[in-house]
Design a protein. Sequence first.
Lengths: 343, 126
Amino acid sequence: MDLLQYAGIILVKILIVANIMLITVSYLVYFERKISAWVQDRIGPNRVGPLGLLQPFADVLKLLLKEDIVPEKAFKTIHTLAPLVALFVAFTTYAVIPIGPPEAQLWGVSLFTVAPDLNIGILYVLALTSVGVYAITFSGWSSGSKYSLLGGIRSSAQMISYEISMGFSIAGVLLISQSLDPQAIVGSQAGLWNMVIQPIGFIVFVVSAFAETNRLPFDLPEAEPELVGGFHTEYSSMKFAGFFLAEYANMIIASGMIVTLYLGGWQIPFVNEHTVTNDILRYALQVGSFFVKMGALLFFFIWVRWSLPRFRYDQLMDIGWKVMFPLSLINLIWVAVYVMLIS
Amino acid sequence: MELIGVSFFTLVAIGFGIIAYVTAKILRPRRPGYEKNLSYECGEDAQGSPYVRLSIKYYIIALLFLIFGVELVLIIPWITTLPDKNWFMYFSGLIFIGLLILGLAYEWKKGDLDWNEKTAEPENRD
């Protein structure tokens, strides 16, 4: 197949994925509001469209039409760049998450991953997560406001602290799969899911994912009562929407990564080409299972947000460095022993 | 070949952001005013420079991140050598992780991981 045709198919696939992603992100906001209303015994959005289902579109339209206020003391270029960086990071990470089996192909192009041949997928994710810190540091520093600066600096310290534990728990997964390709990681969990082999790593990763996405109980960068809006205090209109979308997109990525690394990805126990012989049915089941797992995790993210209080900053740092980091090292050693001696 | 997907995705992501910015720029009103453009500080005029002094702890955390981040980068190639069942490589990796734990213990004992300064014990003067 020539390069041009391949590029064309890939481009169409990316446009489809990007659109699906935008819609999921907007509806995630809707579900967050609905679930929070349910937790707090309220009704939630119910005015725009049936059951309030058109609310996300109304929100986007409103943010588009709002005036954009940039404070006088801000560094305009970096101030404008920061939400773009946040969005860019949140979007590009989707490329490597496998939502279905690699055999499913249409005209020689894998159906269920955007970049199926990227054999360094996990490094790509780690690198992009690190770039995500820049978005928040940029916005905090360039706004020319004390709240933004404090929020930004707190956030970057938090994110780099938890990135370490996250990296080491991912190293445990890589020990099992012995490959950096996300599809290979899913493949290595055909027998036992990583959650069973390394429960400590799973817990460390989930906690770090909460911290990396700045969700409660780790939402210190925003900490509404004490820092107003944290790093995005001085943002309005579409720039604020950038951060907002990025936060929810990051939640989806974090759940996707948890499913891929620890919950067997698209695999269902006892469903393989021998038990379910119909290819299309099997693919549908497997892709469905990926989305069910991801949905459950997203619900968990929202549930935690509306149930737990926020940590104090010193508690947050203590948990990061004195609990999660040693636990991730213990997990790494355990997996190293497991790989060599037991399997 | 394998980079086509990722690079296109990158372009689409950047393009999306720019399109959203431009659309908003065309649609939204623009009526700046003196007070509107002040940075927010509880409704009062902002006092002093926004660049307040920060705790030195943040820099120590950044240094710790650098150290352990580099060590993480060194561990990943070790993982890819494991399929060879090379016991020498295996144990050198484990020793490396042991050194890492030693380093962490040292930082811990030095108190770099404590966010709150330990308040000095009142001296016992009899």
